[in-house]
Design a protein around this ligand. Structure first.
Ligand SMILES: [Zn+2]
Ligand SMILES: [Zn+2]
Length: 365
């Protein structure tokens, strides 16, 4: 059990790891009141300029013209104009790799397209499934099948060859792992949605993919299976399972292998929840109906800014309990108290931040 707890702890550690890199982003997201003029948005710089003298502007309502003399009084110094133009250019150049970049935040330079349009937001990303991705995914799943079979045989030995009892134990392990994996997918999703950026070591690719998904939610439906899940084969792959299997016994290995396979498949379950019924086979609809995989409606709730709830994407069974108890707000408050890093959800919704800091962790429907 000690090892099991260690494994579960890997996920929150990822959040803490990411939050370290988020520390720098805090500097870019201070309230406007504390910003220097050169940090203010373009329009604010213009309006706050001491050169604006509204009372001296003569606007002729009949002709719709402004007195040419008064135009001179609202002129912006050339240096300031250049500075503002430079700033606009800089804002447009900011990418998901930069500190403080939040997908969906105004000025991120990335607008969410209207309708079901797929859009690639991460550099080097492609919708095409490569042979390398196929090899990584099927190699990993084959390896995990090996861990599972070995663990089952060893469980059988422990049970002195009692097949029925071993089968029952296996079912219980699969069910409990399915529930814990859903919780794990929520913690992972929350951490990568809210902290870090594309340059964060190890998790950077996953962070960029998850955060970019909010700006281009339909893109996932265009991906093939291997293209969609291969990134998760790194944290939940053979190296991780090899170590865990070495450190634990057959029962924990069985449980953890199911856990890792489900975390890898979570992106595929997630993809199905974005597809229409006409795009998925009947058995996928049935899996969603019985609650084994995340449904379309519950996941659609996550896609409402500021993306502050319904993080679990395996079955979604843990979502109501986690959201109603304010679990993620508590974690965000703890992270903020530890190192002052704000979650992206707070940056997108300052009222959510205020409520959380007041200890009001409930989500408003
Ligand atoms: Zn998300
Ligand atoms: Zn989604």
């Amino acid at each position: 059990m000690k090892i099991l707890y260690t494994t579960v702890a890997i996920l929150p550690t990822a959040a803490a790891f990411s939050s370290f890199y988020g520390t720098q982003s805090r500097r870019h997201c201070s309230p406007s009141s504390s910003l220097q003029p050169e940090q203010l948005p373009f329009s604010t710089v213009v309006l706050s300029s001491s050169f604006v003298k509204e009372s001296s502007v003569d606007f002729d309502v009949n002709t719709g013209t402004i007195d040419s003399d008064s135009v001179a009084t609202v002129a912006i110094p050339q240096q300031q104009q250049q500075q503002s133009a430079f700033q606009r250019e800089e804002e447009q150049k900011r990418s998901y790799l930069d500190d403080g970049f939040v997908f969906g935040l105004e000025g991120s330079g990335l607008d969410r397209p209207k309708g079901k349009v797929s859009q690639l937001v991460v550099e080097g990303d492609s919708l095409e499934t490569t042979n390398w991705q196929r090899a990584v995914v099927w190699g990993t799943l084959l390896g995990h099948a090996g861990f599972l079979t070995t663990a089952f045989v060893e469980m059988l030995q422990v049970n002195h060859g009692n097949v029925g009892w071993t089968m029952l134990q296996s079912v219980l392990l699969i069910v409990s792992s399915w529930i814990l994996a859903d919780f794990g997918s929520g913690v992972l999703h929350w951490s990568v949605d809210n902290y870090g950026n594309g340059r964060t070591p190890i998790m950077g690719g996953i962070i960029a993919a998850f955060q970019g998904h909010h700006s281009a939610p339909w893109t996932i439906t265009e991906r093939g299976f291997e293209n969609n899940v291969y990134k998760l084969c790194v944290p939940f792959g053979i190296a991780t399972m090899g170590l865990l299997s070495y450190l634990t016994g057959p029962f924990a290995t069985f449980f953890l292998t199911v856990f890792c396979v489900l975390e890898i498949l979570s992106q595929e379950f997630h993809k199905w929840s974005h597809m229409t019924k006409s795009q998925t086979p009947n058995w996928v609809d049935r899996l969603q109906q019985v609650g084994l995989t995340i449904g379309r409606k519950p996941h659609a709730q996550h896609h409402l800014a500021p993306y502050d709830g319904n993080y679990c994407i395996i079955s979604g069974v843990c979502n109501p309990m986690l959201d109603q108890s304010g679990f993620f707000r508590r974690l965000e408050h703890m992270v903020y108290k530890m190192n002052g890093v704000e979650s992206n959800a707070w940056k997108l919704d300052t009222k959510l931040k205020e409520r959380t800091l007041q200890g009001n962790y409930k989500l408003i429907d």
